[in-house]
Design a protein around this ligand. Structure first.
Ligand SMILES: [Zn+2]
Ligand SMILES: [Zn+2]
Length: 133
């Protein structure tokens, strides 16, 4: 199944042809700063993704970088150089068939909201402890 995504202004388009990983909302401070709230994303193999347009990359840590549109600022991609790219789900067009599975890095969430969807909340990554929403 081919899915398409783009930034807000349309300067960057992409298609993804392979399966997407589970959808997670990330509440870490970097994700919240870069998105303005908290983003949901799902992984894909870079080999399955074709991007057109000039993505700007920001090295947000030694281990990872974030891709965005230099014209409209849309946050699109996160990767840690392991062959996967995490696609910001708000940039995908139409119904991806994905339902948010869980919340990660919930210990870093903002004080102004709580997750209310009943999905598991992990203190950090999925391999760590769960916390109350
Ligand atoms: Zn754009
Ligand atoms: Zn994050």
């Amino acid at each position: 199944m081919t899915q398409n995504g783009s930034c807000l202004c349309g300067a960057i388009h992409y298609t993804v042809t392979g399966p997407l990983g589970p959808a997670a909302a990330c509440h870490c401070g970097q994700c919240r700063k870069s998105s303005g709230h908290y983003p949901a994303a799902a992984s894909a193999k870079w080999d399955d993704v074709r991007v057109s347009g000039d993505v700007r990359w920001y090295k947000s840590s030694d281990a990872a970088r974030r891709g965005f549109c230099p014209t409209c600022g849309s946050y699109l991609f996160w990767e840690e150089y392991d062959g996967l790219v995490y696609l910001a789900l708000g940039a995908l067009n139409g119904d991806t068939g994905l339902i948010l599975q869980d919340h990660i890095f919930y210990a870093d969430k903002g004080a102004y909201y709580k997750a209310t969807d009943g999905r598991p909340c992990f203190s950090a990554g999925r391999s760590g402890p769960q916390v109350a929403p």
